[in-house]
Design a protein around this ligand. Sequence first.
Ligand code: SF4
Length: 284
Amino acid sequence: CNNFCTYCIVPYVRGRERSRSIDNIVAEIEAAVKDGYKEFTLLGQNVNSYGKDFGDKDAFAKLLRRVDAISGVERIHYMTSHPRDMSEEVIKAVAECEHICENFHLPFQAGSSEILRRMNRGYTKEKYLELVKLVRKYVPDAAITTDIIVGFPGETEEDFEETLDVVRQVGFTSAYTFIYSKRSGTPAAKMENQVPLAVKKERLNRLMALQNENSLKCHEKLVGQTVEVLAEGPSKQKTVWNGRTRTGVLVLWPIEDKQYEVGQKVNVQIEAAQTWLVKGKAVD
Ligand code: SF4
């Protein structure tokens, strides 16, 4: 990673970004398709800066379109994106390509622009919210997910309220929430005004309660809809199958008499929503 967020050790231990060629990645996926794979995740520490090192700022959008065109590829994901590097070209590619899943994982980390500056994230709260608007303009039904850190050094109650404000405004489908913890060797570990653990825990609890409400609301919107689910396997007790929607929502449905295969697409009508998953019945 080339970013050097002040809390993160990755750039020190993993070194600088290097992009594989598009042809090389496409060849690997074509070989995997021949072996029966259908779902692919393009993985990079900062995946949407792909290709900047060979001088093409739109390389990631081009890569997505090339992968989408490979016969036999059914679902494409990518992780992890950096909000600073998320371009309109990539959002358009997601909107226009049949197999790219409509899930934007955009870690915002903190809602306060001052904390974001000290994290060296390269965007402000306002820029982040503009990016969310752009995503919704092209892909109105996209699931937007995120990562959030609470208790970065110097985070005041007002700063934390800005984080809650972003969570309320965006309505994330899900969020990975973390308590800031020092990584020795990083600039943030040496910053003054470290937040006491009790305060960090209390903020995390408030954040998780708010996000749980958002997750439930997003899942409730699916009730009554028939969604395409990629079957992942039966539960341990063999009473339900589980799989995921294109936007990554976990779906459970009764096994009943039907046989399913891992990787099979199943249409499931959603009947009930919970915070972490939805339940329904297969309608194929
Ligand atoms: S948080 Fe992500 S973008 Fe920032 S330095 Fe670490 S790996 Fe890079």
